[in-house]
Design a protein around this ligand. Structure first.
Ligand code: HEC
Length: 120
């Protein structure tokens, strides 16, 4: 039993994904990054999506899903939005609104303390 208990928690945490994490996976899976950028920063005429109002972003995605576009430029979004479910739009827009650049979390681990005397 002592062994099974921690295993259970590892299993639980490995599978419990927040909407933000699900949105992040979707963003990559659905190829959104190819136009809007890896960091949601926007490229050329493709708008930036990071840290923008979720209400607006989901309004736009639902419109594209309903095949409504206001101009020719927006038409290319329709193909990418038609397959999205309500839950996917929810997760994607959470990811966009709350986006935090991953690079901030990828610093060197300066808390590393070498153990022992180096084997000398
Ligand atoms: C082929 C390039 C392309 C891909 C791939 C793409 N988009 Fe877009 N996206 C656009 C263009 C173009 C617009 C409209 C720009 C405009 O209004 O002038 C747009 C607009 C949007 C908007 C509305 C933003 C605004 O300011 O009006 C959202 C939200 C969005 N895209 C999300 C996504 C998501 C989520 C995906 C992946 C499922 C995705 N896009 C994939 C090109 C793309």
């Amino acid at each position: 039993m002592r062994f099974i208990f921690p295993l259970f928690f590892i299993f639980l945490f490995a599978h419990a994904q927040t909407p933000y994490e699900k949105g992040k996976v979707l963003y990559m899976e659905k190829g959104c990054y190819s136009c809007h950028g890896n960091k949601l920063e926007g490229l050329h005429r493709y708008p930036k999506l990071s840290n923008r109002a979720k209400g607006f972003l989901s309004y736009k995605l639902r419109r594209f899903r309903d095949k409504i576009s206001d101009n020719q430029q927006q038409e290319m979004m329709i193909a990418f939005a038609v397959g999205l479910s309500d839950a996917e739009i929810e997760n994607l827009t959470t990811y966009m609104q709350d986006y935090i650049e991953d690079a901030l979390n990828e610093k060197y681990n300066d808390k590393f303390v070498p153990e022992g005397d180096g084997g000398s």
